[in-house]
Design a protein around this ligand. Structure first.
Ligand SMILES: Cc1ncc(COP(=O)(O)O)c(C=O)c1O
Length: 400
């Protein structure tokens, strides 16, 4: 009886610490206060504090009582390869939206130093000054930008620049094949809406980026979790099995390069097999290309869309992490669904403003963009080295 009471109280205080109501360094209620507040004995109050202490949430300071402790940095367990030999659980409604939104809001409110719920670099890593200058120039030369109606698909020069840069990833596009969106998240929303209806099953990587689960839930779609390797990404074998077992899968969403959260990179042979499988099974393939430009490699990265011969692959991308988080620029090249997607975009959010597209387009059309990307990758490489050094010094590990 007493055992469950002190555990229950310890869980209560742990919840307050996790929610940021009790902050690191703050004094815990004294034993006397705990006794009075919860009507418990001294030994129960003591057990509560000792439990929090042994779980790493509080520390005892001589003659001062118990204080909330900064939780220890969690060690990341190495990820195992997934088992692909059995069919994944049947597709289910995701049901994470409220919980995830609550968690993200609490992180924001807690003013944490490093917010891991958002995947972007520090503000100083982005070329804000060059972009500001380009936008000011554009506005000076074309003041009507603010009073006229922008083109629905986006600024033509920006779209032409995106199409030109896509050549390096093996994608052949005309600027009319590109639709500018509000980040990759709008592109994903549109792609899913174009091919699926509430109740349909969508195959997703497991684990996946929480934002995708929020999108699926908000559209009433069901997630079919496909085991995903930390090295090679989505298991094509497991997807084949899922297709045989459950049949009606409307779309697959995949992040081929630097999958979030695993960081995996899909080999070209898997990409080609995935395109072939989706095409033959009539499953729309949605490629989320948010992170390719951040991959520190000399290899040329081929987009999944470069294998697409029938327009079945919808390529969704973003400038949010690589150029300017404040601009919220994304785009989609949706193959055979492009016209439907333009209609959906029109019904949902109409035209995007173009000033930021003009600024980004001007910057990206010069060598300054490649120099920026090179610098960004170098800075991220340094940050990774610093993280590894810190990890080794806290674990005492001297492995490579
Ligand atoms: C894999 C993945 N896709 C899409 C997004 C959303 O992209 P955007 O911020 O461009 O809307 C994120 C953001 O973290 C992401 O990690």
């Amino acid at each position: 009886m007493t055992l469950s009471l002190y555990r229950r109280l310890a869980t209560h205080y742990r919840g307050a610490i996790e929610a940021g109501t009790l902050q690191p360094g703050e004094r815990m209620p004294s034993l006397r206060n705990l006794m009075r507040l919860h009507d418990v004995s001294l030994s129960t109050a003591l057990q509560v504090c000792r439990t929090l202490e042994s779980d790493g949430w509080a520390e005892a300071r001589p003659r001062s009582g118990y204080f909330v402790r900064r939780p220890q940095r969690l060690q990341m367990a190495p990820m195992d390869e997934p088992q692909a030999g059995f069919a994944p659980d049947p597709a289910r409604y995701v049901g994470v939206h409220a919980r995830v939104s609550d968690f993200v809001a609490r992180r924001r409110a807690a003013d944490v130093k490093l917010n891991l719920s958002i995947a972007r670099a520090a503000p100083q890593f982005y070329p804000a000054e060059a972009l500001r200058a380009a936008m000011t120039r554009a506005l000076r030369m074309r003041p009507e930008l603010l009073s006229g109606v922008p083109p629905l698909q986006g600024d033509p020069h920006f779209r032409a620049t995106l199409a030109k840069r896509a050549i390096a990833a093996g994608i052949t596009l005309a600027s009319e094949d590109v639709l500018v969106t509000n980040g990759c998240i709008e592109a994903l929303n549109l792609a899913l809406r174009a091919v699926a209806h509430p109740g349909d099953a969508i195959a997703v990587e497991s684990p996946t980026f929480y934002g995708l689960l929020q999108v699926l839930e908000s559209l009433g779609l069901r997630a079919l979790e496909i085991p995903t390797s930390p090295q090679t990404g989505l298991s094509i074998e497991a997807l084949e099995l899922a297709v045989q077992t459950y049949g009606d899968i409307k779309a697959v969403v995949v992040v081929p390069h630097l999958q979030n959260p695993l960081g995996s990179v899909m080999p070209d042979a898997h990409k080609a097999r995935l395109v072939q499988l989706c095409e033959t099974q009539g499953i729309a393939l949605i490629e989320d290309d948010t992170y390719s430009e951040l991959l520190d490699t000399d290899r040329t990265l081929r987009a999944i869309k470069s294998w697409d011969r029938t327009g079945n692959v919808m390529h969704c991308a973003s400038m949010h992490k690589i150029l300017a988080p404040g601009m919220r620029l994304g785009w989609i090249a949706a193959g055979r669904w492009q016209a439907r997607i333009e209609m959906l975009k029109y019904t949902q959010t109409r035209n995007n403003e173009v000033l930021s597209q003009i600024g980004a387009g001007e910057f990206m059309a010069t060598g300054a963009y490649d120099r920026h990307l090179k610098r960004l990758r170098a800075q991220l490489r340094l940050a990774l080295r610093r993280r590894d050094r810190r990890r080794h010094s806290t674990t005492g590990c001297d492995c490579g």
